[in-house]
Design a binder for this molecule. Sequence first.
Ligand SMILES: Cc1cc2nc3c(=O)[nH]c(=O)nc-3n(C[C@H](O)[C@H](O)[C@H](O)COP(=O)(O)O)c2cc1C
Length: 182
Amino acid sequence: METLILNGSPRMKGDTASLLELLRKLLPGEITEVRAYSQKISPCVDCRYCWAHAGCCQQDDWLLVDEALRRCDSVVLASPIYFSELTGPLLSVLSRLQQYYCARAFRGEGLPFPPKRGGLILTGGGDGSPRRAQETGETLLRQMGCREIFPTILCHHTNTTPAIREPGVEKRLQALADFLKR
Ligand SMILES: Cc1cc2nc3c(=O)[nH]c(=O)nc-3n(C[C@H](O)[C@H](O)[C@H](O)COP(=O)(O)O)c2cc1C
């Protein structure tokens, strides 16, 4: 079993990181983690190369994500909520998924990787609604071939309670791990 984790937090020891640290202990098999704030991955610039060709005209660390997507059975998207959305760098990295959309829309091809299970982990101080971040996360997971998505694990009180101390979160992470390894 292999899992790709896409981490949208800039904080190495923050709320999202603490949840992912526990999830890593619960998941069997290989885990590849891509950190949106560290990886050198340029955003899609809508150059339209992929309207006619496989791949992307930008050669950078996206290749790591592409290779992991071709191998993995599951994807976990984990991000703090910034202004009710996933963080900008995570959205920037995942704009590169456009090449797979174009393969289907303009070249009549299918997704170049197998169907997967998906998980979404969101952390937030407690302002506003998490709904928009949740919808975006689910859209992106579907773009990565996730046909089944586990109900979002949301820790939305981090201004007062660290995510890892949110009541019931360990149980929820265990349930996510069980779902992903089914
Ligand atoms: C620029 C910025 C925007 C934020 N916007 C929101 C928001 O809209 N809703 C919310 O609940 N928390 C918001 N937060 C708080 C973070 O989501 C919160 O601190 C989170 O726990 C950080 O996770 P991390 O430690 O994994 O990076 C924002 C924080 C920053 C820095």
